[in-house]
Ligand binder design. Sequence first.
Ligand code: MLT
Length: 389
Amino acid sequence: MNINKNYENLEQSYLFSTIAHKVNDFVAKNPDKKVIRLGIGDVTLPLCKAVTDALHKAVDEMGVQSTFRGYGPEQGYDFLREKVQKYYQNRNVELDLDEIFISDGAKSDLGNILDLFDKDNTVLVPDPVYPVYVDTNIMAGRKVIFANANEENNFLPTVDKDINADIIYICSPNNPTGAVYNKAQLVEWIRYALERKAAILFDAAYECFVSDENLPRSIYEIEGAKECAIEFCSLSKTAGFTGTRCGYTIVPRSLGKLNKMWLRRQTTKFNGVPYIVQRGAEAVFSEEGQKEIKENINYYKDNAKIISDTLNRCNIWHVGGKHSPYIWLKCPNNMNSWEFFDYLLNNAQIVGTPGAGFGRNGEGYFRLTSFGSRENTIEAMQRFEKLFN
Ligand code: MLT
């Protein structure tokens, strides 16, 4: 047999695995030190009550003959797809149920969707951005080019008509920078994609953090998007489902064959999200669930403010935190991203994510997450301030 040689073109390990290894090493050597993890964007607040009540009820149903369920529909139960449909309707986006696909999270679908595209496509990825977009395309041997995001364009690359891209990734609010495209900027990307007959893969995993009603939370709020864009969303950050696993992907029928192809792909390679989890996800969209998750999101936003206020006092340039759970800062004293990672870990036992892990333009920057507990966020920022103020 021949192995897939494209894997040789990947970084040695996935960004967050590399960080986890480094932190585990540190902890093994310094068992007495309390490490505060503000690296990977993993939530710390528990699932809300509306969700756990629904989960318990679903577990009980599974233990009773008359309500037990086996295989479910690969694309998700209608009870959940209808809730997602309603959620979009609240933002004036009309979707048919067969355009909504329930998944085990955005990360898997962002990788799996590439099954639908020929290897011979050029992929445009913002730099810096979530590393999964690049890695999954490298694995498939696809050509990846980059759209530069930097301080000059507020980390929001604009359309360059001279660039020939067939698949375009957009992550808004952006991971790692927290930058959000406004409607006019998305209009430009949609126009470009329609002209080129390109596909936009829109990652909306952080939409619930957008606090300005005028900023789009779904690309389908913009006319023409249903003719060129697939949208990915997840309950991981919205409702604390990082360990529970549930998300949804929208493949509009107006994308032609792609909708049927995705159904074909999912029915062949995926057996659906567990019934119990889908019942928990359904509860996220209930009145009670929405109220409870908003409280959690506000808690994380208050953490972001604590981080941002600290950085202001230390005179450290940063953005983000307002429409996203991430704070994107410039490494102090001209340190590069990994130097700063080591420095913070060794001197303050704070774990963050080196900007260089998100792309070349991330070098010299660093990402902190607001998903920690309040207590840990405050303690981390006190330690930080001791070093830099
Ligand atoms: C991150 O820290 O960038 C995210 O948690 C990664 C993910 O969502 O897979």
